[in-house]
Design a protein around this ligand. Sequence first.
Ligand code: PSU
Ligand code: MN
Length: 307
Amino acid sequence: MNKYIEYSKEIKDALDNNLPIVALESTIISHGMPYPENVKTALECEKIVRDSGSIPATIAILNGKLKIGLSIDEIDFLGKQGHKIIKTSRRDIAYNVTNKIDSATTVSATMYIASLANIKVFATGGVGGVHRGAETTFDISADLEELAETPVLVVCAGAKSILDLGLTLEYLETKGVPVVGYGTNILPAFYSRESDFFVNFKIDTPKEIASVFNTQLELNLRGGMLVTNPISKEYSMDKDIINKAINDAMIEMNNLGIKGKETTPYLLAKIAELTKGDSLKSNIQLVYSNCKLASKISVNLHLIRGN
Ligand code: PSU
Ligand code: MN
């Protein structure tokens, strides 16, 4: 066993008994939502994963260990500390472990840590992507590179237009990452169901998604798969309202000179403020829906592979 990894008892038992597992990230807790909604959401995500047949493995770096499976107290700590916890992508992992810096893991770091434990399915809200203006800023999320390298299927609700969706899709194509739409041909836009872009493959059931991912693994194609799951109609936001909030938040961000890894957390908080909390409500619901889908995919992948 990797000396840097510490499993919770539940995850150790799940691994020993060969049960389906779904990884969950912790940046969404410390940086993606305010306290106490973040903690409530993280715990509900775990419940939804369980109710749909898999075991949830929330991942973070605590006390110099890659922790797979967190206690309620650890989730509460990450939520309460919020931005005091370092947002950690792949590049930060070794430094933070060596120096025992408690860290919230982004999609990239969580994927990598999940893969060390042979966990193949991961649910989140949104992945990072190519930011608008990346032609000059070079701000391209490490999440995309991780999807290119690491064999983990990531369920998200598409990407919000704080990113350049067209460039994000081009980047994923170059890197050989399939983008699947769950029951849709259209790339979902996070808070709303539709963007102006298409996914690569529309697949209608968790079983069929699991089957294609299994083939990808067996073909040794390297890299992950991005499964995009549109927010339910009930919780989706009006396109014009959300796009105005996103644009206003981006103007404010540029005025303040916020850059790099601070951009996504700043924009999420600002958009929630501008929409008087509506975007946060949608964000929470779309994460729940992704947890449910990921759990079903994990169950099916497990049935196909036997591990
Ligand atoms: N999108 C969201 N909520 C989030 C994130 C993205 O709607 O909390 C987080 C994820 O952890 C993702 C990270 O991996 O932001 C991407 O950050 P960056 O754009 O700096 O790579
Ligand atoms: Mn970035």
